[in-house]
Ligand binder design. Structure first.
Ligand SMILES: [Zn+2]
Length: 809
């Protein structure tokens, strides 16, 4: 018995020792994957009569003539190949949104061209599939060391982009297959094809391309193939405890303990977003065991500079069973705080100043501890529990009362002002001084007078000094606070009670704005009075944007984005559009006769139909709202902003106009119901385009039912999943009848697909005012109409009330 136990113990020890020797660490495996090369003994000569082909999700790659080399096996499997010669690629997406994009980038809705070379990586059965084909075609290996060595530098530079993904598959057998082809097309040059079934949209086709100095990845097509079910996220964040120390040089050193819930039990790598300016130093599990981590490996310097969100992968010792909670701790340091000069500090990294898991709808609880130089003030998401001084530092704690999808902070040498309401307070934080980029603009303004010497630098004394107060942002605080408070009250009608106890409004240099839960970053220009904005050289339109729209757009995000979330880039347009339209509606109530809703709508329409100098198309023709950030490409670098805010606001406006009951006690009741229902049903969740359409259908009127069947498909197909703005022209004749004047004519519709339908209101002038004649449901390029008018119209006006996004003669 005793002997038995002893020998068993020895066997066990041997087994453990054996496993340790055989099992490489993730970093060793990663290095081995980077070092993989094509095998000189596995080279095959292909001729047209023995060509081989691969099909993946509707894309066909055929290798017609040339040499093909398989990679040396990794853990017994071949994970790549290279090919030089002549091949052919064919892909034809069926989805109309994708066809439109293919057409825009390729000139036709199909990819159909020869290629000269290809580099393939995969975790699926590509190699055995090809070997089988080669066997049938009776092609035997033709060893060729020089072919393989010619590929060596290319393979060395391409491998790191794929090694991690292949490593993850080798760590967890439950991971779905990966297939990548980097192809040099005869017509398009190099492009990428990805079929990664771990992605929600497995199919991706596109190309890196430049516009000026900016790098883009032009996505030709990205979608989930028919019948494909997207994988569930492997982990969900439950709680973050973040402990951050900000040093006197503004660098930070921090740790985050993140409690996670395992959803699938099939994955061993956890993906966190972390700003590229931060270095992940270590990761450990709840018992303090160090875990391997990878940060930005395989990413080229170019990718690192163009990607907004960098990632850290933490490797678990084993998959965590589905349903189980566990905690990971990460330590990291670096710089996210920028100094704009004159004591103006701000958080420059707009995302992931802590390791963040999931999307904009991954709601979780947060505890935040901050230590920072005591001369500064710090504002953050959540409720501040305490704050005290400790030597040269201030220390404070915040806790979120309801789940949030992100946690933000800002700091500076702030002046503050507060506006309190019954259930919330608005705290405005402004810098005492202006950053040099603004004071320089003021100093160089043509109507020069000495600007207060903030910078200690040169003054310009070309003109006598009028007695102007220093343009300190702190001056404008009270006014800004009052306006933000009235916007909150205004939005509560549409969106329900303000979701947080405090709204901290803080300043950042530059022109960007951002909304964190209970915390805004507003640009310095939004803090400055119009005369200072003017002196700084801002055009009237830009001034109006900073003063009348930007702050209130961000306030609206407190509901739309921070309470109602989105998960896919295809749904991001909803929160942005609602935020922008509500900001326009609020601006409309501010009693400035020149800043009416009409003005904003008109300006948005102009933006859509004017081709920017750096783009190849008018924003109206770039693509559908559901393309989200894909709208930005080398062909249209700013199209996301140009389309989402303008067309998005118009889509909301058209819905509101259709839902309106003019003359009733509360003409917008249905529109308000729609928005409040969305908040009630989709708080702390993602709102999808399909769900949004369903909620519109729940409140739609019979007049909106242009197709029958109580469906708003027509509207969403045309305006949300469609591209283009209709142009209308009218021709008519008038004949006197005993009932009045018969107005017969035709409405001509161009600029949109033939199937486009819309209700187009026609008016005529009578004694200087517009009189409604009737609505024509335009169906196709030409629609006849017949109305009776009380007087003989001389001219017909197409939609003078701006209820429809269109252009007219
Ligand atoms: Zn926004």
């Amino acid at each position: 018995m005793r002997t038995g136990v002893a020998s068993l113990a020895i066997v066990c020890l041997l087994a453990v020792a054996g496993a340790t020797a055989a099992e490489k660490s993730p970093h060793e495996v990663y290095d081995a994957l980077n070092a993989l090369r094509p095998d000189p003994a596995a080279v095959y000569e292909l001729k047209p009569e023995n060509r081989v082909e691969l099909r993946r999700a509707g894309l066909k790659l055929s290798f017609d003539e040339g040499r093909l080399a398989l990679f040396a096996p990794f853990e017994g499997r071949v994970t790549g190949l290279v090919f030089s010669g002549r091949g052919h690629v064919l892909a034809a997406p069926r989805d109309p949104v994708e066809k439109q994009q293919m057409g825009r980038f390729l000139g036709a809705p199909v990819l159909d061209q020869d290629f000269l070379s290809a580099y393939l990586r995969f975790t699926d059965d590509t190699a055995s599939e090809l070997l089988h084909e080669l066997q049938i075609a009776k092609v035997s290996p033709d060893p060729d060391a020089s072919f393989v060595s010619r590929w060596d530098p290319v393979v060395a530079s391409y491998n790191p982009a794929h090694s991690l993904r292949i490593l993850f598959s080798s760590l967890a057998s439950g991971l779905r297959p990966y297939f990548y082809a980097g192809v040099v097309g005869a017509a398009t040059g190099p492009f990428d094809f990805l079929y990664d079934q771990e992605r929600p949209e497995a199919f991706l086709l596109g190309q890196p391309r430049k516009n000026g100095n900016r790098e883009f990845f032009d996505v030709w097509a990205s979608y989930a193939p028919p019948g494909y079910s997207a994988p569930a996220p492997a982990f969900r964040p439950l709680h973050y405890a973040i402990d951050t120390t900000i040093r006197p040089d503004n660098s930070l050193e921090a740790s985050a303990s993140i409690q996670l819930h395992s959803e699938t039990g099939s994955v061993r790598h956890v993906v966190f977003q972390l700003a590229r300016s931060l270095v992940a130093d270590a990761a450990e599990d709840s018992s303090g065991h160090a875990l391997p981590l990878f940060q930005n490996e395989g990413m080229t310097a170019q990718e690192r500079s163009t990607r907004g969100n960098d990632v850290v992968y933490v490797i678990l010792p084993a998959a965590i069973p589905a349903g189980q909670d566990f905690t990971l701790r990460l330590r990291y340091h670096g710089n996210v705080i920028e100094n704009a000069g004159n004591g103006v500090l701000f958080v420059g990294a707009h995302e992931s100043w802590y390791p963040h898991l999931g999307e904009a709808s991954s709601f979780a609880g947060y505890d935040l501890t901050m230590r920072w130089p005591r001369n500064l003030r710090l504002v953050a998401t959540g409720t501040k529990l305490d704050e005290h001084e400790d030597g040269e530092q201030r220390i404070a704690h915040w806790r979120t009362e309801m789940p949030v999808s992100v946690m933000g902070f800002n700091l500076g040498d702030y002046a503050t002002a507060s506006v309190s309401a019954d259930t919330y307070s608005i705290d405005i934080y402004a810098n005492h001084q202006l950053e040099p980029s603004v004071t320089n603009r003021l100093a160089n303004s043509p109507d020069v007078f000495p600007t207060p010497d903030f910078s200690g630098g040169q003054r310009r004394l070309q003109a006598p000094a009028p007695t102007l107060p220093p343009p300190s942002p702190a001056e404008a605080m009270k006014q800004l606070g009052k306006e933000i408070d009235s916007s909150v009250r205004f939005y509560e009608t549409f969106s329900g009670p303000f979701p947080f106890h405090t709204l901290s409004v803080s300043q950042i240099p530059g022109s960007n704005a951002q909304a964190w839960p209970g915390l805004l970053y507003l640009p310095t220009f939004s803090y400055l009075p119009p005369e200072t904005q003017h002196r700084a050289g801002l055009s009237t339109a830009v001034q109006e944007h900073f003063t009348d729209l930007a702050p209130f757009h961000e306030v609206a995000h407190q509901w739309w984005g921070n309470l109602v979330g989105w998960s896919s880039y295809r749904d991001q347009w909803i929160d942005e559009s609602i935020a922008n339209y509500l900001a326009m509606l609020f601006a409309n109530t501010q009693k400035n006769p020149e800043h009416t809703l009409r003005m904003w709508l008109d300006r948005s329409r102009k933006k859509l139909i004017t081709r920017p100098s750096d783009a190849e198309d008018r924003p109206a023709d770039v693509g559908a709202l559901v393309l989200g950030t894909r709208l930005d490409s080398s062909r249209s670098p700013e199209a996301y902003e140009q389309i989402i805010y303008s067309k998005g606001a118009w889509v909301l406006h058209m819905l509101r106009e259709m839902l309106r009951q003019p003359g009733s006690k509360s003409p917008d009741a249905r529109f308000e119901t729609l928005l409040r229902t969305l908040v009630a049903k989709y708080s702390y969740r993602a709102l999808s385009t399909a769900a949004f359409q369903r909620e519109v259908e729940a409140v739609m009127t019979p007049a909106m039912d242009l197709e029958g069947g109580r469906s708003m498909d027509w509207f969403f197909e045309e305006w949300v999943r469609g591209t283009g703005i209709p142009h209308y022209r009218v021709e008519f004749t008038v004949a006197r009848t005993d009932k009045g004047f018969a107005v017969r004519g035709k409405l001509f519709q161009t600029g949109v697909p033939r199937s486009f339908i819309a209700r187009v209101p026609l008016y005529y002038s009578d004694a200087g005012r517009n009189v409604f004649l009737g609505s024509v449901v335009a169906a196709g390029p030409e629609t006849s109409f017949h109305f009776i008018a009380a007087v003989a119209p001389r001219k017909l006006h197409i939609d003078p009330q701006l209820t429809l996004l269109c252009t007219t003669d």
